[in-house]
Each structure stands twice: as C-alpha cells, then as structure tokens.
Ligand binder design. Sequence first.
Ligand SMILES: *Cc1c(COP(=O)(O)O)cnc(C)c1O
Length: 390
Amino acid sequence: MNNERTGERYSLNTALIHGGDQIDEQTGAVSVPIYQTSTFKQDGLGKNRGFEYSRTGNPTRKVLEDLIADLEGGVAGFAFASGMAAITTVLSLFKSGDKILISRNVYGGTFRVLDKVFKNFGIVYTILDSEDPGDLRAKITDDVKALLLESPANPLMAVTDIRAFSEVAHEKGVTVIVDNTFMTPYLQRPLELGADIVVHSGTKYLGGHSDLVAGLAVVKDKETAERLAFLQNATGGVLQPFDSFLLIRGIKTLSVRLDRHVENAHRIAKYLESNPDVSRVYYPGLETDPGYKINSKQARNGGAMLSFELKEGHDLNRFFGSLELISLAESLGGVESLVCHPSTMTHASIPEDIRKAVGITDGLIRLSPGIEDVDDIIRDLDRAIKESRR
Ligand SMILES: *Cc1c(COP(=O)(O)O)cnc(C)c1O
C-alpha cells in the first residue's frame, strides 16, 4: 500500500490497518460497511457500478481481497467460506492427469481433499520430504504441475526452505503454492520467496478471535488471477459480507496480537525444554530446533505454534482433563490458548501408518498459546503435566 500523494510505500503495520482502501467513499465511514446484499441494481443493460451479484463480487469482500493481496504482495486476493474452500478452489486450477507434490505433515484437511476428492477426478498427489530439495528434484516428473508447501508444517513444525524449493520447482515450470496460515504475511511473505500462490485459513491468526471460519488466496500474476476469479465465481465458495467484515477487523490487530503470541510461545517453549517430564519440543523459534536456521532466513521469527511430547509414564487423558485455562479444541491462532491431540483430532484423517511414518505419535501434544499472561499459561501446563504422571 502506497501513500497516494507521495507514492511512498507504507510499512506492513500501517497496511494492516489501511490496506484495501477501507474508507467508504459514499459516507466517509472509517470502518468498512457490511454490504449485506445479494444483488445490485443495474443502471441499464450492461451498465453496473462495479458489482452485479455477490457471488461474483461484493464491496465488503472486495476490501478484504484487496487488503490480503496488498499484505502478501500479490496482484489479486480472493476470499472464501473457509480455508478448505480456498485450497479446493486453488487445486481446481489443475486437471485430470496432473500430479501435485505435497509437504510431509501437510494440514489434515488438505491431505483429505486430495486423497478422497481430487483423486477421484484424476488429480493425484505424492508426499515429499519437505526438508530435502533433492527429494523434490527426484520426484518432479512431467506430470507434476504443482507443489503445495506449509512452513512451519503442522504439527511437528517442520521447516521447508521456500526459496530453494521454489527454485527447483520453477526449473520445471511447476506452480508453487504455500499455505501461510501458521505465519501470516506479518511473519513470512512466500510470494517474495518465490511462491506463485499463497493460501490461508483466515480462521486462525488473521481472524484471531476464534469467531469465524474463512479462507483466502493471493496470486502473483494476472493470468492466474483471472483463472482463479473465474473458478471462485464458478464454484461459489465465497466469504459472506459479515464474515469479510470480521476478518478485516481481525487483521487490523494482527501485528500486536502476534507479537504477544510469539513472545508467549517462546517463553513456553523454553519452559517445556527445561521440564524433565517433556521428551521433545518442536518449535522453530528455539535455536536448538533443526528448522531454526532456515526459518530465520525466511521468516521474522519462529511463529507461535509449538508441539511437545510427554515422556512415557504420563496419562494423556489426565493431562488434557487437568487443564483449567487452556481449552482442548481443534483450531489455533485465537487470543485464547488452545491445545490439541493431533493423532486423534487434527490429523485423524491421515492413515495411521503414514501418521507414524512422519512422526505424529500418540504422545504428541500441539499448543496454540493465546495472548493471556504467559505465567498463567505455564502454571496451567505445569500442573496438568504433574497430574498426568502415572
Ligand atoms: C485450519 C487450516 C486449514 C483449513 O482451514 P479452514 O478454515 O478450517 O477450512 C488449512 N491449512 C492450515 C495450515 C490450517 O491450519
């Protein structure tokens, strides 16, 4: 986003609040009006004022779409009814016979839609060692048309070198899609690292308050933008005006929320690392984490998501049952701390053998620290860990 008078580019912290031309031209309202309408009166045959029908385009949604395009540095943004609707629409750019390479540890729903839906339409996938660009080089056959990455990838927070993978993919004309849900454009900007398309679950940090489900996509070139606009309208999984408003509102406080989320995550990771009941901590913000170096090259910091494993001799049911402040729930990225058990919750749709092979053990616990006082979060964890000792 640029200053209209001087042309100077505003910093991201400013763009979070003002990006997407948020002031309503009609009334001067500084908060985006909710255009709760399905259709728009036309001035004559073939004459409209920029909008015809709210599946195709809606003024509230348009502000959000321009805002996310600006934040990610793309040419166009698209808002969908969920992260999965965004991912499904982006995957619809491909056709029967095409192959998609995916990160090991890709989001469970992404795996499920590829394995149970797109496979039926002849779009197939192969799982990649997303920490080794050599594996990508070996797996790019002529039918590979896209590479879908997450970094850090859920739930082991494995880091992929987005720049290195994009370079290898582009040698063969493969489209690079990055799911940036865990980092958001405040912490990581995949298009600048070489990706072609960014997707988001807006349900998580962007919304930030666990009060809506939404998805976003941003593309880097005009041709893909036109194709995705066509698919968004043709398949119809669009975000509603009220939810678009909520997401715009959430994005305004993204950087202040994330600063606190990250600070809390770091303190909690340090606490867990020094806890003798914990066998392993997965957090790319710790210097001891195998992903630390690459993550530091491509992201502002390690983000706010972490996972850990309790040593043998702990009863997980008792652990989850003993938490008072932290809720056992799916999802992440809200102001309140949430904890989940990936093998039975978020990653249950991944077959057991694949789950075990990639390291999602039954003892793994994923934590999304909220922005509460970190000492209260740590006290809650500490008590639950002690009470879970058998
Ligand atoms: C939650 C999530 C999704 C799916 O988003 P929904 O809004 O739940 O449909 C996709 N990718 C990642 C990394 C997620 O965490």
